[in-house]
Design a protein around this ligand. Structure first.
Ligand code: NAD
Length: 362
């Protein structure tokens, strides 16, 4: 299987190197048969060839079995017409990665980790308020006059139905509960479609309970009663905001794992940004991207019926948990003094130890 690796900008290359080290070790100890090809995107690509994302890379991503993408520093890019293409946004659109899966789980002993938080945010990833990708042609944002700007939020029955399907499938494998989040009494038509589709999908999952909540009430409820929430089904922009809040409540934005998935393609891309304020210092927390890679292996395992890939994905998550359990091995965002490289190496060591244990007990 071919994995395309795109390190991105700022902390992207540092955390991608750590995550790739973990993936390469998992590949070796579980004999997964993965091949990795690394390519430049973002500022490095722009400086070399005048675009942050050449079409050839999109074609390679379409041809690959899966993609690992580091965070990209889009706010520093030139305008789109001058080569500053939004790399994650374009890849999500071109690969039709309609589901953004973002877990937030509090691990014992982590500073700021809110007890009983263990949720999975299933965020619609192709439409909503994301004006750079929510239209077939043109932009969802425009200026009819020089002092008026309009942003159009697009919600379709098709996208709402397929993301609801993903949420209920995950819920049926977890604690069998979905919270569908919108603001229906204000956004009556668009969130009306979203919730109507959710109702239709819910009818096919009689063992999964669900409730609807407004986004403002949800933000408070997630903080005050986190144990009530298992899978959170949510539209694009609300989901982006709520998932950052949820993962910060689990300890740090550096823990933000995320999988972008569609029918045929999947991309591991952490839920945080490129953190230019800490780039190049070997202090970024690579946990989010490492866990995203574990989720990617799980997705590949389910897609191809390969239990070894799912096992390796679970082993990566267990190795991360084991490293985070030791305060001395944590990165600075979690109060520790371990650097990006050393954290990645510690996860690799745990992965090897657990594989050896399995080999001995087999
Ligand atoms: P950010 O997520 O990059 O950073 C917010 C804060 O969290 C910063 O203080 C940062 O240091 C910290 N942080 C983030 N990731 C961390 C990690 N792994 N370890 C430790 N601390 C971490 O958000 P921002 O500053 O608003 O955005 C920076 C750039 O990232 C922007 O150009 C934005 O467009 C881009 N961005 C990219 C993606 C993506 O590639 N998927 C997503 C969001 C933002």
């Amino acid at each position: 299987m071919n994995l395309l690796v795109l390190p991105g900008d700022d902390i992207g290359p540092e955390i991608t190197a750590a995550a790739l080290g973990v993936l390469e070790r998992a590949n070796a100890v579980y004999s997964l048969g993965l091949d990795f090809v690394q390519r430049e995107v973002g500022v490095a690509s722009f400086q070399r060839i005048g675009t942050t994302l050449p079409e050839t890379i999109v074609e390679e991503a379409l041809a690959a079995d899966a993609v690992v993408l580091g965070p990209c520093g889009m706010t520093e890019y030139a305008p789109r017409e001058q080569g500053g293409v939004n790399v994650p946004g374009t890849i999500r659109k071109r690969l039709d990665l309609y589901a953004n899966i973002r877990p937030a789980r509090s691990r014992p002993g982590l500073p700021r980790a809110l007890p009983k938080l263990d949720c999975l945010i299933v965020r619609e990833n192709t439409e909503g308020f994301y004006s750079d990708r929510n239209m077939f042609l043109g932009s969802g944002e425009f200026m009819p006059t020089e002092d008026v700007a309009l942003s159009v939020r697009k919600i379709t029955a098709k996208a709402s139905k397929r993301i609801a399907q993903v949420a209920f499938e995950y819920a049926s494998r977890r604690r069998r509960n979905v919270t569908a989040v919108g603001k229906r009494h204000v956004l009556q038509l668009s969130d009306g479609i979203f919730i109507t589709q959710t109702e239709g999908v819910a009818a096919g999952f009689p063992n999964v309970t669900w409730r609807e909540m407004d986004i403002d009430a949800m933000a408070a409820d997630l903080y005050t009663r986190p144990e009530r929430h298992d899978v959170i089904l949510i539209t694009n922009m609300f989901g982006d905001v709520l998932s950052n809040l949820a993962v910060a409540m689990s300890g740090s934005l550096g823990l933000a794992a995320a999988l972008n998935a569609g029918e045929k393609h999947a991309v591991a891309n952490a839920g945080h940004g490129s953190a230019p304020d800490i780039a190049g210092k070997d202090i970024a927390n690579p946990t989010g991207l490492i866990l995203s890679c574990g989720m990617l292996l799980d997705w590949l395992g389910n897609r191809h019926g390969r239990a070894d890939l799912c096992d390796a994905g679970r082993a990566i998550e267990a190795a991360v948990d084991a490293v985070l359990a030791n305060p001395a091995q944590r990165t600075s965002d979690l109060g520790g003094g371990t650097g990006t490289r050393a954290f990645g190496a510690a996860v690799v060591t745990h992965l090897e130890k657990s594989a050896n244990r399995i080999a001995h007990t087999a």
